[in-house]
Ligand binder design. Sequence first.
Ligand code: FES
Ligand SMILES: [Fe+2]
Length: 428
Amino acid sequence: MIVPPSLRRSHDPVLPDGRPDAYSLGLDAYGNEEVYAAERSRLFHPAQGPLFVGHASLLDGPGHACAESDDRVLLTRAEDGEVRAFANLCTHSLRPLVRSRERVSHTCVTCPFHQWSFRRDGSLIGGRDIELSAEQRDRLGLVPFPSREWRGSYFCGAGAAGAAFAEDLRMVESTFEAIGRSDWLDFSDWSLVCTEDEVYEGDWKSFMDVYGDCYHVPPYHPGLASFADCSTLEWVFGESVHLQVLELSPEQGRRSPFYTSWFDGLRSYYERRGEPMPAQSVIWSAFYPNLMIEYYNGLRVISVLVPTGPTQYRNRVRYYVPPDMERLVPGLPAAILEAYGETAVQDRVLNETRHEGVAMAAELGLDVSTYFPNLTDPAPELGTVHFHAWWRQRMGRSVDGITVCDGSACDGSGCDGSACEDGPTLRR
Ligand code: FES
Ligand SMILES: [Fe+2]
């Protein structure tokens, strides 16, 4: 066991006997206009959170920019480095201030329509040909959202600033520390090698369903499975975060030429650096609802989900490699991206067929469970179960015949109370 049991217990999903599908979301949860609208106001609302809104590489100097995950959020970075989040709305007459992917590097942002200007701290400087009292100026500053920075990632909403999310982040740090990989968390000096903006057909939850499913890796990703050993899978759960920790496979990537190049290239890379090769192949992390950071041996990937409707979403992806990798092992970054791309093409099929199948079952009016996870040790689909439990709790949706208990109104019946303090559990 590579992750201490004390770290693995905090938010492990609790399932009633014989009901591995207890948290499975109903057919009506996917591709549904009403559910999508509720998700926008409960899960993707920048005042609620925790919601990932951007990474330091987007705002690498003072200025203003639209959040990469949400055009409704304006991020500013001050001279002292502090990042703040605001509603991206001019307070004169509510027009968006900064457009998607626009970057403003002046000391203030000026709305073009009537030239109202706002500082990086959100305060209003003034507008064209208008006298404003000090009280009016105070009241008409940009509307702020609470926010938190962690390892170069910015999250906003009350949830981001709250104690539970702080605890989740501590859990992530503790896990990396416990396996001797704290250095993997900081990749601020790594080189950005490419970005992608991919459109997917389906409900955004299909992507998270697949991300929490390690069960498909051996049968459907032979190359990846010969690089990352799924028999070593360890889960770590927070309230709105999960981690999958996997070691390198003894197969050394041999079931795909790209993964073979990745594995062999890593060996050369560490030899040339005079360092032992880390035993881990990858730590996959998911921060619900919209961020995944993948810490591979030799690669970091940031994926941001941007839902654009009940049946479509974007995945914004950024790839980083160590700054000395190309110099020490020429061609290795390109080989790693080829390997990752091989798996990503397969995952697109998994994501889109999940949506296709759920939509088909709904159209046929079938009365079926939408997910029956494999929880046989090492429970390769426990991440999907955890995501479904989180979604139900946040959306206020109970499970058939079972109450989702957030601990706030627990009367103790059918429940020993032990899990309530740690998050949602079930009682019959
Ligand atoms: S809408 Fe921005 S200045 Fe009028
Ligand atoms: Fe996959």
